[in-house]
Design a protein around this ligand. Structure first.
Ligand code: AMP
Length: 381
């Protein structure tokens, strides 16, 4: 199975019809593939652009069967896909990433245990499966600490920072006493991420390091390359490649790090797929992270990861719509280098990722300033 190559116009599919699914579909179609989606809704970002859609929940067996009856190669846009379902699909279809990668990354306890068993650097952590684990975790980690649900947390959801020992048990109750990890608070200097791709032939490539800025726990901007110097940059890329190698994954994988002021890298988490911090690769790199997802799925040689030019990406959250439709013409008219991406989502709620802007500039700092300036011009005053 592993040596099979899917060439255009083979039929590919992605499980999940949000913006990541949409950008995968667009990359596949550009390369001449036919591309379908398993989407929870008929008119989501992915279904709007797909050649065909199956409307079903991501773990619905009849939906997955319908997908497999049409697609020769299947990938995912998020990690919360049933691992047994992926294993079942992989009996007759190319499925990348495989169930094991997805299974490890959909649970923080499994993920951290996996990283630790491979000697990868992490922020100090302890498992909290029941309330009896709280006291030992507190003793080991000190305060402040952060309690995170092991499953289905994203964009800061399912997390509580604890500053006083009396707040620990209430924080666990707030998280409904589900299995959690407790993490020591890291006074990081910045957050960075590396997108890597591992092909079916086990060759892997890494993109340059991205510098990430979060607001309210949601990614706000990414700048590439990150101003971290060659040693940290090489180490971050090597660590991300080591994660892909340890998982023996095939596909795109993103590793997020904390970087301390003394230059120490700690892995925060991984995603076995393209990532918001890699969206700027669409314009800024030889091959985008979505093109690489297609290449890895199909068993093709991987594309180049070099930057064509430094770049910055800023997210467009639903908050920008609070005063009405943003002023697209004003923002685009003020800087011809601004690239607009909208995901076709109906309903702009605060915090919802609606789109992003990318700007290329010889100076990465300038790229960020220009992207931020363009975003500021979107808002009606
Ligand atoms: P996560 O969902 O784990 O990526 O956490 C979301 C954001 O919360 C991170 O990007 C950090 O900005 C912050 N955060 C998470 N864990 C820690 C930690 N142990 N120490 C400091 N900040 C953290």
């Amino acid at each position: 199975m592993t040596s099979r190559v899917l060439l255009p116009p083979a039929n590919l599919a992605v499980i999940g019809g949000g913006q990541l699914g949409r950008m995968f579909l667009q990359a596949a179609q550009r390369m001449g593939y036919t591309a379908g989606v398993l989407s929870e809704v008929e008119d989501g970002p992915g279904a709007q652009v797909a050649n065909w859609s199956v409307v079903a929940q991501p773990d619905d067996l009849s939906g997955l069967k319908a997908l497999a009856s049409r697609a020769q190669g299947i990938t995912v846009e998020f990690e919360n896909v049933s691992a047994p379902a992926l294993r079942w699909l992989a009996r007759n279809r190319l499925v990348r990433p495989g169930w094991k990668t997805v299974w490890v990354s959909q649970n923080r306890l499994r993920e951290k245990t996996f990283f630790a068993s491979h000697g990868l650097p992490l922020a100090p952590w302890k498992p909290v499966r029941t309330k009896d684990d709280l006291e030992p975790a507190l003793r080991a980690l000190g305060l402040p600490l952060i309690l995170k649900t092991a499953a289905s947390g994203y964009d800061g959801k399912g997390q509580v920072r604890v500053d006083r020992d009396i707040d620990l048990a209430p924080a666990f109750r707030e998280l409904r006493e589900v299995p959690c990890v407790a993490e020591g608070w890291v006074e990081f200097a910045c957050e960075v991420s590396v997108v890597v791709v591992r092909g079916a032939d086990a060759k892997a490539v890494a993109y340059p390091v991205g510098l990430n800025h979060h607001e309210r726990h949601i990614l706000d901007s990414t700048t590439m390359p990150a101003p971290v110097g060659p040693i940290v940059s090489q180490e971050a890329r090597n660590l991300a490649l080591a994660v892909a190698e340890a998982l023996e994954t095939v596909g795109v994988l993103t590793v997020e790090f904390f970087l301390t002021s003394s230059g120490q890298l700690m892995i925060n988490e991984m995603a076995p797929r393209p990532h918001n911090s890699g969206h700027l690769t669409i314009e800024a790199n030889v091959a985008s992270q979505f093109e690489q997802q297609v290449r890895a799925l199909c068993g093709l040689p991987l594309g180049g990861t070099d930057l064509v030019q430094p770049a910055a990406m800023v997210n467009l959250l639903g908050d920008l719509w609070s005063g009405g439709e943003p002023l697209w013409d004003v923002a685009l008219g003020s800087d011809p280098g601004v690239k607009l991406h909208l995901y076709g989502k109906r309903g702009a709620v605060p915090g919802r990722k609606m789109g992003h802007l990318t700007v290329l500039d010889p100076d990465p700092r300038q790229a960020l300033d220009r992207a931020l300036a363009a975003r500021a011009r979107l808002v009606r005053r």
